[in-house]
Design a protein around this ligand. Structure first.
Ligand SMILES: [Zn+2]
Length: 389
């Protein structure tokens, strides 16, 4: 145990990203436990305490929110967890594997047969408790997005974005309603008397995670805009790269309204004049491919996760007027493409298809990562998270 704890302590201090830190614990620290597990008797109490100490250590370094779901910490990343393996699971796994082996060899070996007799029966394998998705508060997000999102893709940032463990912990805590917003303080922790629990910024709506990440009018002008422009900026730079157009030097630089060469013309946040007045005439990006005689109208949104499908539809409808006008005026084929990512990472099953209709190569993981990072920044600033939280 001492050796195990000594190794665990090395992990949070390392420069590894979140996913690699869990891998370090699973592949470098846990073998210390696995080796003697199933051979020496291990008090259940000690196993439990060691898991608790591991989680406390992660929490101390910002890698696990204290109110976040423990079940989810140990769930696989593919299923939206953090992919950590517990001491308990390691000991149980190794014990049951040894038993299986001995049972198999038992008829041919007297010593093993005697060993098995003395051992008696083992407690059955991992009892299946409830999963984090079923918990009233921790699973709320999961239930909300099940209807509208591609769950596997919505979780893929946990596997592929390479974020810091503290950012992973923050976003999962937000999904699990584990962060202290005024609404949670009043309704769940009962530490706040004011039952209206109005948002600290706009003082209008109840302060929920959903409100802070995508619904507050005080954040709309600057913080949400910044996040939106970062996501749109990724798409924009990939388009420019495709046509050999000059790209903005830094990702914080606002692109020029118009860039053009003999192959294409790309408009950024450009108000387009049409003969017939159309309401929505200022999409985020317009690409005119001169060679192929086609144009693509791209509009980006980072709404609340439950609204991604509705938003996608809305964007599509919104620019039909512009599409018709442009087809008539420019005599080219025009496609409208919505790029929608939920503030906490949820994506619709169609996102990949949409991205493929945009010139250049933009991966779904890149826009998802960008949206999630933008939200993490907003949460840290708005909730003024003390210290690591
Ligand atoms: Zn507000």
């Amino acid at each position: 145990m001492a050796k195990y704890l000594q190794r665990v302590r090395q992990v949070p201090r390392s420069q590894l990203n979140g996913k690699n830190k869990t891998r370090a614990i699973n592949n470098y620290t846990l073998p210390v436990i696995r080796y003697p597990a199933g051979i020496i008797r291990w008090p259940k109490e000690e196993i439990h305490t060691t898991d608790v100490r591991t989680r406390k250590l992660l929490t101390m370094h910002g890698g696990f929110h204290p109110k976040s779901s423990t079940l989810r910490l140990y769930a696989s990343r593919k299923e939206g967890g953090r992919g950590l393996v517990s001491v308990r699971a390691t000991v149980q796994d190794e014990t049951s594997k040894l038993h299986e082996y001995i049972k198999e060899k038992d008829p041919t070996d007297d010593v093993l047969s005697e060993c098995l007799r003395q051992w008696g029966t083992v407690d059955e394998a991992l009892e299946q408790g409830p999963s984090w998705e079923d918990k009233p508060l921790h699973g709320m997000y999961h239930r909300t997005i099940t209807e509208v999102a591609d769950l596997k893709k919505s979780h893929q940032w946990l596997e592929r974005a390479g974020l810091k463990d503290s950012t992973e912990a923050l976003i999962l805590a937000a999904q699990e309603q584990a962060l202290s917003t005024r609404a949670i303080e009043a309704q769940i922790y009962h530490t706040r008397q004011d039952p209206r629990c109005r948002c600290r910024l706009c003082k209008e709506a109840p302060e929920t995670i959903q409100h802070i990440t995508a619904g507050c009018k005080m954040l709309a002008g600057k913080a949400y805009m910044e996040r939106h422009n970062q996501v749109a900026g990724i798409v924009y730079r990939n388009i420019c790269a495709e046509y050999g157009l000059e790209t903005p030097r830094s990702k914080w630089e606002t692109p020029p309204k118009v860039v053009e060469n003999d192959r294409a013309k790309v408009l950024w946040d450009f108000q387009i004049q049409t003969d017939k007045i159309v309401m929505a005439n200022q999409p985020d990006i317009v690409i005119i491919d001169k060679g192929q005689r086609k144009a693509v109208v791209v509009d980006v949104a980072v709404p609340s996760d439950g609204n991604i499908r509705k938003k996608e539809h809305e964007k599509l409808e919104k620019y039909q007027g512009l599409r018709e006008e442009l087809e008539r005026a420019w005599k080219v084929k025009v496609t409208v493409v919505p790029v929608v990512v939920g503030a906490l990472g949820a994506v619709t099953p169609k996102l990949d298809e949409w991205l493929q209709q945009i010139p250049g190569t933009t991966s779904d993981i890149s826009v998802q990562k960008c949206a999630v990072l933008g939200t993490a920044r907003i949460l840290r600033r708005t909730l003024k998270l003390p210290g690591l939280w």
